[in-house]
Design a protein around this ligand. Structure first.
Ligand code: SAH
Length: 353
């Protein structure tokens, strides 16, 4: 039993079963034993690999997007560039290198990194030490200063805890983590949940159907442009997408909480609805493949290959992986969605496909 599993078992004995979002929040963020609190999970020796770690082209193209978003914002002389869940800081470092192509943009930037993991924040400080722009770290969005802002986030939304509801012959009930013979086990809360909790489009379902709900982003006053890239589905649907990954393989989410990454697929339809509730507008999601081509993948890859012919093969392999159109490939499983504080701004931002 992992250290966290023992602690969760004790918690369940005193407080009763934990809703899935609480379980996920503790598995990832428990101050001593949470998965992200204790390790750098990225890379071949870790548990999973992300797009910016596969190829520098990814972060550079997000930089191209950010520069255009700044122009759409009216070229403010000071802008907060905020990254949510920055991992090793690789995306930001690549973005800032590309940003230097537009010196007025680079000069306008203050970088804000929103990160809960002390291990990864330390890694980000190292990566960005020579970036040449002021960087500040935050545990959540509440301390990011006001003013025009550009947000970027890759594989961040999937780490946000979800609640799960399961249809039973007696209506919807919340999925919980309890104890069976002393071991963590999924179960259902005793009382049915009120129908209003379930999104209207998903209320009709057969027994066994699962609905997932993720809480919304905080509301900000100033003009804002954001780009979210993550794996998920474009339309809300029934299904259990809670998944654990350890050493590049799927694992049982209850087997070793705190030692495996735990995520849920992003429901982009629900995400857009939640943003609308906070006064923001989301564009239509596009595949990561479409996003990267729209931002100039071909030209950038050719230029890089021309400069470093010896690295051509590894460059090509990395790019191919990012745009792989197979159903489970990164190019199609991952979607990008642009978000803005107004429809006019969204329309002025770069088209994503
Ligand atoms: N964007 C990076 C890392 C993705 S992994 C990349 O593409 O490589 C998820 C990241 O989100 C990690 O940096 C993790 O520590 C961070 N994270 C997870 N939950 C968070 C939360 N609630 N608030 C802020 N950061 C969080």
């Amino acid at each position: 039993m992992s250290a966290l599993a023992a602690e969760l078992a004790a918690l369940i004995r005193t407080e009763g079963p934990l809703p899935v979002d609480r379980f996920m929040a503790l598995a990832l963020g428990h101050p001593r034993h949470g998965y992200y609190m204790t390790r750098d999970p990225l890379g071949a020796a870790g548990d999973f690999v992300t797009a910016p770690e596969i190829s520098q082209v990814f972060g550079e193209l997000i930089g191209v997007w950010a520069a255009s978003a700044w122009e759409a914002l009216g070229r403010p002389p000071a802008v907060n560039l905020v990254e949510l869940g920055p991992g090793r800081g690789t995306l930001m470092a690549d973005l800032l290198r590309a940003a230097r192509a537009l010196p007025a943009f680079a000069a306008a930037l203050s970088v804000h990194l929103v990160e809960t993991s002390p291990v990864l924040a330390a890694r980000q400080r190292e990566t960005l030490a020579s970036a040449g722009v002021p960087c500040a770290w935050h545990r959540d969005l509440s301390t990011v200063p006001p003013g025009p802002a550009i947000f970027v986030a890759n594989e961040f939304l999937d780490a946000l805890p979800v609640r799960q509801f399961v249809m039973t012959p007696n209506g919807w009930r919340e999925r919980v983590v309890g104890l069976t013979d002393g071991a963590l086990a999924f179960g259902l809360a005793r009382d049915p949940v009120p129908m209003e909790v379930i999104p209207p489009g998903l209320r009709q379902a057969s027994p066994g159907a699962v609905v997932e709900i993720c809480p919304a982003l905080a509301h900000r006053e100033a003009p804002l442009a954001a780009l979210f890239v993550d794996y998920g589905h474009v339309q809300s649907a029934h299904g259990d997408t809670l998944q654990a990954v350890q050493a590049h393989r799927f694992a049982d989410p209850l087997a070793a909480p705190g030692e495996a990454d735990l995520t849920a697929h992003v429901d982009f339809e629900a995400f857009a609805a939640a943003l609308a509730g906070a006064g923001l507008v989301a564009g239509a999601p596009v595949t990561q493949r479409a996003l990267l081509f729209a931002l100039g993948l071909r030209e950038r890859a050719e230029r890089l290959a021309g400069r470093r012919p010896e690295a051509f093969e590894s460059l090509r392999a990395g790019v191919e992986r990012l745009i792989d159109p197979a159903p489970a490939g990164m190019g199609s499983l991952f979607k990008a969605v642009a978000v803005a504080s107004s429809t006019a701004l969204l329309q002025a931002m770069p088209a994503l496909d």
